[in-house]
Design a binder for this molecule. Structure first.
Ligand SMILES: NC(=O)c1ccc[n+]([C@@H]2O[C@H](COP(=O)([O-])OP(=O)(O)OC[C@H]3O[C@@H](n4cnc5c(N)ncnc54)[C@H](O)[C@@H]3O)[C@@H](O)[C@H]2O)c1
Length: 436
């Protein structure tokens, strides 16, 4: 099948590479010329495990190409995926400018009967707007499909190749059968393709992300209460999560959720709910709990080091919003770093993948350490923000001798209280008693 993916960001690039991997002819089209130039040379704009080799392999095989000429790519395709960004507008609703601009281009340049698939996360009702924008100039029949994407950054290739499910909102038999054919290689182990109407597909994506964000904020709220009443949230989590009705996933307390999806999707769904006269009060609370949680690490640092942070040197382990990605969008590390700098502290940071991204965002307002241990030298405290594997089993003697004071604030509960006591750290974590 000839496929055009418009937008070669996290989602578009993964979708394009995976569809090429299963034998389709794929062109990734983007307005960002620097990104496209890099991709032609197999230089990826993002870090995503396994993606670089897949892009290289499929370009070499002639199944994957990149262009800035969106119109030409659309003109030669049977299916166009719209995978451009939908950032939050001022009121929190999703900004559809990019999506509708692409829909306009699709209408102008389609060269045959076309299936137009929205991959971007868009509010209910967007399919109709996309259809109208395409129809304005369309010279051939077209079919609109809503196909929300559920991949997780850091495991995106695996998630796309072996999805839990594929959700397809489609109204015509032609679109349903073509999409079923396209996805057949990815659901061979029996994972379902769930066909539904377009509005339900659009809603499913937001409801799924809102549920996951709700679990996180709920556990963060519970963790904060655990601290007050002397309970250990890790025990509570295990006790709860083993109930089959609840399940163990997404119950880990931490420094608040970040990334490009949860914060904006929660905001957008809350806004959709308000404008439709059916406010989602739970979601409003989810967001405010998360905002508060992003400030907990600083509060804990003050507990350990005192209120006056001027001149204090703080080592930060982890800048990405989660492990295995260099994505720092809405990362809790950004809130912590901004609070530290405002309070006059000196920040030395380390991240296995996000150092370039951090330099781009933060410039020389902080120092960057070449290794996790280098960040510690002479620091008054270590704060763990991201649960990268390499931070899980560090050499605690080495940490203690490098730090000026043996203080660890652990935003991910990576270490046991017993170990911290054994090594003589002052240790603050989330939802567990402090070790002094
Ligand atoms: N990142 C994720 O984990 C994830 C997961 C599921 C769904 N989504 C959704 O997928 C969509 C894309 O997210 P992303 O993280 O890939 O975004 P991104 O910002 O990484 O990439 C978007 C790309 O679209 C390009 N673009 C913008 N306007 C364009 C236009 N008119 N023509 C051609 N290209 C254009 C940009 O240059 C950019 O390269 C969003 O709606 C997002 O909510 C993201």
């Amino acid at each position: 099948m000839n496929i055009c993916i418009v937008g070669t960001g996290y989602v578009g690039l993964v979708v394009g590479a995976c569809l090429a991997e299963t034998g389709n002819q794929v062109v990734g089209a983007d307005v960002d010329a620097a990104k496209i130039d890099g991709l032609k040379d197999n230089r990826l704009p993002i870090y995503e495990p396994g993606l670089d080799r897949m892009v290289e392999r499929n370009q070499a095989a002639g199944r994957l190409a990149f262009t800035t000429d969106v119109g030409a790519a659309v003109g030669a395709s049977d299916v166009v995926f719209i995978a451009v960004g939908t950032p939050p507008d001022e009121d929190g609703s999703a900004d559809l400018r990019h999506v509708l601009a692409v829909a306009d281009t699709v209408g102008r340049h389609m060269g045959r009967e076309l299936v137009v698939v929205t991959k971007s996360t868009v509010p209910v009702g967007t399919a109709k707007k996309v259809a109208d924008a395409v129809a304005r100039h369309a010279r051939y029949p077209f079919h609109i499909v809503s196909n929300p994407e559920f991949l997780k950054e850091g495991a995106a290739v695996d998630d796309f190749m072996k999805p839990d499910r594929v959700v397809l909102g489609a109204e015509s038999d032609h679109a349903r059968s073509l999409m079923a054919e396209l996805y057949a290689p990815f659901v061979r182990t029996g994972r379902p393709i769930i066909f539904m109407d377009v509005a339900s597909a659009e809603m499913t994506k937001y409801a799924a992300n809102a549920m996951l964000a709700t679990r996180i904020s709920f556990m963060n709220d519970v963790a904060n209460l655990c601290e007050r009443v002397g309970a250990n949230v890790d025990m509570v989590r295990r006790g709860m999560g083993s109930d089959e009705r609840i399940g163990p996933a997404f119950l880990f307390p931490g420094p608040g959720y970040g990334g490009s999806c949860f914060p904006k999707d929660v905001k957008a769904l809350a806004q959709t709910a308000r404008t439709n006269g059916s406010p989602l009060r739970i979601l409003e609370a989810v967001e405010s709990v998360n905002d508060g949680q992003k400030r907990r690490l600083m509060a804990k640092l003050r507990m350990a080091l005192g209120d006056d942070m001027r001149g204090k040197r703080v080592a930060v382990w982890g800048l990405a919003f989660k492990p295995n990605t260099d994505d720092m969008r809405e990362s809790p590390s950004l809130v912590l770093i901004s609070e530290l700098l405002d309070a006059g502290a000196v920040v030395v940071a380390h991240d296995p993948a996000a150092m370039d991204e951090a330099r781009r965002r933060l410039g020389d307002s902080i120092a960057y350490a070449p290794s996790s241990y280098d960040a510690l030298t002479g620091a008054d405290a270590l704060v763990v923000v991201t649960d990268w594997n390499e931070y899980r089993h560090p050499d605690f003697e080495r940490i203690k001798s490098a730090l000026k004071r043996p203080v660890i604030v652990d935003g991910r509960n990576l270490y046991t209280l017993d170990r911290m006591r054994h090594f003589g750290f002052t240790y603050h974590s989330i939802g567990r008693n402090a070790v002094d």
